[in-house]
Design a protein. Sequence first.
Length: 185
Amino acid sequence: MKTLIATLLIAAPLMVVNHAAVAATPTKSTAKTTAPAKKSAAKKGVKAAAGAAAAGAAVAVVAAGPASAALSTEDLAVSERVFKGRIPCELGAHVNVTADSANPGYFIVDGRGFKYHMAPVSTTTGTVRLEDKAAGAVWLQIANKSMLMNQKAGQRLADECMSPEQQQVADAIKKNPPPSLLDNK
C-alpha cells in the first residue's frame, strides 16, 4: 500500500507536467518560427538544472509542498513543543526553525548550507524529534540543548544549539548538577 501511494505521489506531478506540455504544443504554422527559441530555452533549462544538481550535492534542499502527509495527534502534540526561531549553536553557527504555514505541524529547518522540510516524530523518551526522511536529517531537542544530524552522511551539522529556554535549563544544571547515577545514596 505504501508503495502504491509513493508511486502515485511521484507519478501525479509528472502526468500534470506532461498534460501541460501537450496542451502547449504549437501548431504546424508556429512550429517553424518558434523552434530555435525553444532549443535555446531548453539548453538554458538543462544548464540551470545541471548547475542546481551540482549545487544540490553540497546543499540539501527539500521544498515544502502540498504532498505532506497528515500527522497523527501524537505527532501534532510533539510539534507544539518545538522551539522556533533563530537558535544559536556552537562555533558561531545558527539554525532557523520555522513552522511551515502550508503544512500544519511541519517545520523548515535551515542554516548555512542546509535546508530541510521536517515532520515531528513521537518518541518514548519525550525527546522532540523532527525528521526529513528523504534527506536523512534529524533535529533532536532535549531540555538543555538541540542538535541537527545528517544520518546519511553520518555527521552532525549543528551541535550545542540552545534556545533561550534551553539556555535557562543548561544554566540551572550547571548551578545544581543532578546526582550521579553511580552514587549509592
